[in-house]
Each structure stands twice: as structure tokens, then as C-alpha cells.
Design a binder for this molecule. Sequence first.
Ligand SMILES: Nc1ncnc2c1ncn2[C@@H]1O[C@H](COP(=O)(O)OP(=O)(O)OP(=O)(O)O)[C@@H](O)[C@H]1O
Ligand SMILES: [Mg+2]
Length: 495
Amino acid sequence: MHCVKDTSVHGPSMFCVRRRNVLMADKRTHDELEQRVKELEQAADERKRAEELEEEKHEKEMILDSLLEHVVYQNLENKVLWANRAACKSVDQTREDLIGRYCYEIWAGRQSACEDCPVVKAIETEAQQTIEKTTPDGRSWYIQGYPVRQVDGTIVGAVELTLDITNHRRAEEEKKLLEAKLQQAQKMEAIGTLARGVAHDFNNLLMGIQGNVSLMKLDADSLRFYERLKSIERQVESGAMLTSQLFGYARNGRYERKPLDLNQLVKDTCETFGRTKKEITIHRELSDDLFAIEADSGRVEQVLLNLFVNAADAMPRGGDLFLRTVNVTHEDMSSRLYEPKRGDYVLLTVTDTGTGMDKETMERVFDPFFTTKDMGRGTGLGLASVYGIIKVHGGYIDVESTKGQGTTFSIYLPRSEKEIQKVVKATEGVIGGTETVLLIEDEAVILEVGRDLLEAMGYRVLVARDGKEGVKVYKKNKDEIDIVVLDIVMPHMGG
Ligand SMILES: Nc1ncnc2c1ncn2[C@@H]1O[C@H](COP(=O)(O)OP(=O)(O)OP(=O)(O)O)[C@@H](O)[C@H]1O
Ligand SMILES: [Mg+2]
């Protein structure tokens, strides 16, 4: 600052003082202004910071609100301090409604914290906690509790993270069930192949023995031999029963399916059965307007007998056997072991008041050769053949049982739209004739025995070892041949 010489009345010094005063006042104003500017700048900064903070908070909320997990921040007493949108939506309330209330009161309707609460545990142990839980409504949850710390490390609350895993669990269960179904189907298929092979070879052996025995019986001149031969025949018959069960399970063999009335079959079979088991009371509740089914009556009879015999075995001191038939649809079939085809079905239930079964036995009852009976009393093929026969008929079978109380087998057979035909039983007795028979069979033993048997019955027999040879023989003797008896499955050319 400089001082200009003043030549006015007050002289030079006066001028300088005033000037200095003016200058000082200017400076004060300037400083004040500067201060004010600073204050304004600071206020603007603070406002900006507050805006930024607000934006940051909004952004964090936005992030947490976009999660599927319920996020709930709680204080040390489980009072809600903040909750995200999913958490609010789960109870259909606003964030403001939830804040300040106890978490257990909102989500569990309780007066105190749940015993297994991961938040309480996280606060206690100062570490993250996880649990899985199924609520009474059948939903599954994955719940995590995280302790929340201040900068100095003090725990001030906890965050609870909850995810609804119901669909995930259901998908997992369905996958497991599908795998089990697949495994069961593969097992049944593999054993089926084995059973088919064994049954076929075994059957041929039996037919050979049976044929020879029949021929020997025709020639037997002593009663003693005749009785022995009859005894062999009886054993062959029980062997044939076995192969028949095996064929049932293996789902091959001949099936003659006709539209028929299941009620009639049930009546006939249970009357025969009832005569042999007087200690069992049979109760029948057969629907009057039962749909027709298309089935092989012999095979269905085999199914019924197997179930009745099993029921009787489970009631050694007698009991009640309930037989019920009713029309149903696929919607009435609730088993989780199969997916029934849409349509109408006839349901037959066979209930006994016997010993019942535990879960392990129940899971294996349809397995071939599974039996809990003593050696010689059960082969374990009964229900395996029942299963196979029902499958061939496009049906389903279920079992329910309570140990010590009894068992129910439910059989579903698809409805047939065709008209019912009466089942006519073949009459027994030896037939014979004088016609010419062409016998075609690839198994040497059966061919030989068959020829001898037919000849013993009076027929003239021509033979061939396979389809091709059969055609050749037939062409050559066309005019003489009256009957052709042939095997269905043969090499080169089948029947
Ligand atoms: N009604 C039932 N009550 C209790 N257990 C049963 C019943 N039906 C079947 N079971 C159980 O299932 C097993 C298998 O039955 P399945 O009919 O296949 O064979 P089995 O009766 O033992 O022998 P098989 O029928 O070949 O003479 C039986 O050994 C028994 O343990
Ligand atoms: Mg049985």
C-alpha cells in the first residue's frame, strides 16, 4: 500500500488515516465475503455428500431388493432394523410395517426366538450359521445368519438370509425318484431276460420228461410202475407251474386276450380258493357296473390265486379277505412309482388281515425269487409273475401294508370298450384221431416225444426241424396233411 501526498485543508496526514480506514474496512468486508463463500461452498459440499449418501443408500437398497433371498437386518434382540423387498413380500407387508418388530413374531408367529434360529446362534458364536428347515406348509428353506460388527469389532446385530428352496428340493426328489424308477425298470428287465432264458430251456426239458412219462404210462403193465410214473408226472406238473410263473414274470409265453368281466373271474377263483381255506372269511364288494377288461383269463386267474395264497399264508390262524372291484380313472391313481396312462381303469383290491410287512419287505415283494418263507414253502415267484402279467395287460399294481395289521394289493387294469365274452373252460380228457399231422419243432427231444405221443394217439405224423423244412414238407404232402402243429420261435423261419 502506498500514500499519495494530499494538499487539501486537512493536510496530508489526515488523508492518509482516512484512506487507511477505508482500506481496512474493505479488507474486513473481503474477509467476511471470503468466509461466507467458504461457508457456502462447505454447505454445498455437505449437501452434495448427503445427496451422494442418499444415492448410495438407494443403490444398496436397490441391489438388496433385487435378490430372491429374504434379507433381514436385526439388532441383538431380533428386532427388525431393515428388510428387503423379498422379505416384505413374503408376509405381504411394507418395510415400515416390519421395522421395530420381532423377527420371530413376524415370520413364525411366536413369542420367542425359534430354537434353531441361525441369527441367535450367529450372535452367540460370533460366526456365520446355516440351517435347512421345512415349515408346516411343506416348504423348504435355506437360512443363514451373519453377525454384523462395528469398526471396533463389537457385534451390533445380525443379517438373516433366507432362500426358498422348495422347488429345488422337489426337483431333487423327483430326480431321485426317476433314477430309482429307472433302476427298478432296468433290474426287472435284466432279471426278465434271465427268467425268459431259464423258463424256455426248463420248459423244454419238462416237456421232454412229460412226453416220455406219458408214453411209458401207455405201456406200463405193472401198477407199481404206473404209480411211480404218476408221481413223476406230478413233479413235472409242479415244475411246469414254476415255469408258468417265470413266463408270467418274463412277460412272454402266449397271452390270449379277450374282453371279459373281472367280477366273474374273481367270483370263480375265490370260490375254488374258499373251498380249500375254510378258516378264511371272504368278503366281496363287487361293483355292479364294472367296465370290461381285455385280458387272458388264465393269466388273471394266476394273478388272483397268487394274491389269495399269499394272503392265506399271512393269516395262518385264519382271518378276513376283502375283495373289492370298482371303476376308476387315472386321476384316482396316486402312486408315486409310476405315471399312469390317461383313461378308465378297473380297480381290484385284495385286502387281508394278516401279518403285514415292513418297509424293506414291501420294497422287494415284486423281485423274482424274493421270499421270506422257508425253503420249499415259497419260491418268491408269485408276485414277480403277478407284476409281469399286470404289466403285459397295460395295468399297474400297488401294495400297502402295516406290520401286524394286514396288506392291500391294488390292481388297475385298463378298460376295454369291447363286448364281454363268456369264459369257457376247456374240458379235460384224452383226445385222439387218425388224421395226418405235420409237426414242426426245432428242439430234437420235443420233436421226438411229440411224434411218439401223437402216433400213440392214433395220428399219422410228418416232422420238420424248422420253418423252412416245414414249408418244404408241407408243399410235398399238401393233400394229405390235415393238421399242422408248430413251434412259434425257431431259427431260420419262425412259426
Ligand atoms: N399278503 C401278504 N402279507 C404279508 N406278506 C406278503 C403278502 N404277500 C406277499 N408277501 C411277502 O412277499 C414275499 C414274496 O411273495 P411272493 O408271492 O412273490 O413269493 P412267496 O409267496 O414267498 O413264494 P411263491 O409265491 O413263489 O410260492 C413273501 O415271501 C412275503 O414275505
Ligand atoms: Mg406267493
